[in-house]
Design a protein around this ligand. Structure first.
Ligand code: ATP
Length: 221
């Protein structure tokens, strides 16, 4: 298996101060990896290091070339955001298309399909900053998925969602995994919604450990 993402004896953190040390992990294509840990444990630090927003303090983080996409924490879209829902979703495809034409009919169709799948039918022309927190969070998910990423990073993507919306998001993420994406998603709450993940990483005390998969309680349909 050729790894899509590898952490090699990495120390990860900010301004030279390590939050996580001794990170040695490797992931191949088509895996859904959940990153669990308490608030402030270092989930965002790991995710931003994975996608390349944060360089390692020591060691290395290696990625195979490919399209990367990030669903940031929902507060990343707080404040004024005068763009429409459709413009915001299509902006996810812009850098992929920079070398060629602007996003064409195929990408627009994919954007509308994603909006439908995320219960946002009819919202294309609405301003993003006029939406609810949960609606904005789903727009961020659509913006990432429209890129059809090989490496998809999601930072607490269901934090503002009810159970139905969370399931919709996670089934779209699962479909991206089936198409071959490597997905890393953070949550501070491991619950039934995450039952379909392939691996769980638990962060505590500055260390990342491979943990048990969540078990179904049968509580949900
Ligand atoms: N830009 C930064 N500069 C310095 N320290 C930071 C920065 N961002 C985060 N930290 C620190 O790194 C540690 C881990 O933060 P991180 O955001 O990775 O945790 P988290 O598990 O994602 O938390 P949450 O669930 O609350 O989002 C915390 O102690 C935090 O204060």
């Amino acid at each position: 298996m050729r790894p899509v993402l590898g952490f090699r004896s990495a120390a990860l953190g900010h301004s030279g101060r390590a939050v996580l040390t001794g990170v040695d992990l490797e992931f191949g294509a088509g895996r859904f990896v959940l990153v669990e840990g308490a608030s402030g444990s270092g989930k965002t630090t790991l995710l931003h290091s994975a996608i390349g927003l944060l360089p390692p303090i020591s060691g290395a983080v290696e990625r195979t070339p490919g399209v990367r996409a990030l669903v940031p924490q929902i507060d990343a879209l707080d404040g004024a955001h005068p763009a429409s829902v459709l413009e915001t979703v299509l902006s996810g495809a812009l850098s992929v298309h920079l070398s060629g034409s602007s996003p064409g009919a195929e990408v627009r169709q994919r954007a509308f399909e994603l909006l439908d799948a995320l219960d946002l039918t009819g919202f294309a022309d609405r301003r993003v900053d006029h939406l609810s927190g949960g609606q904005r969070q789903r727009v961020l998910v659509a913006r990432a998925l429209v890129r059809q990423p090989d490496l998809l990073i999601l930072d607490e993507p269901t934090s503002a969602l009810d159970e139905r919306s969370a399931r919709r998001v996670l089934s779209l993420v699962r479909a991206a995994v089936e198409r071959g994406a490597l997905v890393l998603a953070a949550t501070h709450r491991l619950d039934e919604a995450w039952i379909e993940v392939d691996d769980v990483l638990r962060i505590a005390g500055g260390v990342v450990e491979v943990a048990e998969l969540p078990q179904s309680t049968g509580a949900l349909p």
